[in-house]
Design a protein around this ligand. Structure first.
Ligand code: GRF
Length: 213
């Protein structure tokens, strides 16, 4: 698996992917790290490991031109799978189509709850606390043409405690994200996943697709 990781922020999910590869839990190579922000610390994490980086900001750009440049960049690095790890920009439909079934996103809630446009970072955890849910969690899903709506691959619940602040809930969820994302990527790397419309089947003989650490 020749992985491109897209990140807009600190890149702790990227770091967790590097750690999973180093620990032998994910048979993949991070061929490229892409960010829309030159100052994203995720790029520093990549550079410190000698991994190629690219800054591509779609804001205000002609989409077909941006898409062509992105596809050429990915092909030049032999990328066959894309992981969105805290990436805040919409993926152009043309790229979703080119990597259909080969692009995953990690979202810090139990989708479809607390997902969709504008739901990112601490806002998600504040919304969960204010709604009064007992459980939040992390979701790894395939990327389709809109925000956070693709077929669900793995989910894991995280308790919401009475005194939780958004930061405390976020940290508890982030720890699960770090484990869940590389687990989902490893399932694809091992060819253990079959997608049928919205349904994702893992190892046909074991259902439901519940990942128990
Ligand atoms: C975090 O809110 C995480 O829950 C979400 O993206 C944000 C940044 O993650 N997936 P990272 O530390 O940049 O991986």
């Amino acid at each position: 698996m020749q992985l491109a990781v897209f990140a807009s922020g600190s890149g702790s999910n990227l770091e967790a992917i590097f750690d999973a590869i180093d620990a032998g839990r994910l048979p993949a190579t991070v061929a490229l790290v892409v960010s829309n922000k030159a100052e994203a610390f995720a790029l520093e994490r990549a550079r410190s490991r000698g991994v190629h980086t690219a800054v591509m900001d779609p804001t205000g750009r002609d989409e077909p031109e941006y898409l062509g440049e992105m596809r050429r960049l990915l092909e030049a690095h032999g990328v066959d799978f894309i992981a969105l790890a805290g990436y805040l920009k919409k993926i152009p439909a043309g790229l979703v189509a080119a990597y259909r079934g080969r692009m995953l996103n990690i979202h810090p809630s139990l989708l479809p709850a607390f997902g969709g446009p504008g739901m990112f970072g601490q806002r998600i955890h504040r919304a969960a606390i204010e709604y009064g849910v007992r459980w939040s969690g992390a979701t790894v899903h395939l990327v389709d043409e809109s925000y956070d709506t693709g077929p669900v691959v793995l989910q894991e619940p995280v308790p919401v405690l009475p005194a939780d602040t958004p930061e405390q809930l976020g940290a508890r969820v982030l720890a699960v994200e770090h484990r869940l994302f590389s687990a989902a990527l490893a399932l694809f790397a091992a060819g253990r996943v079959r997608v049928e419309g919205r349904r994702v089947f893992i190892d046909e003989d074991r259902r439901p697709p519940v990942f128990i650490a």
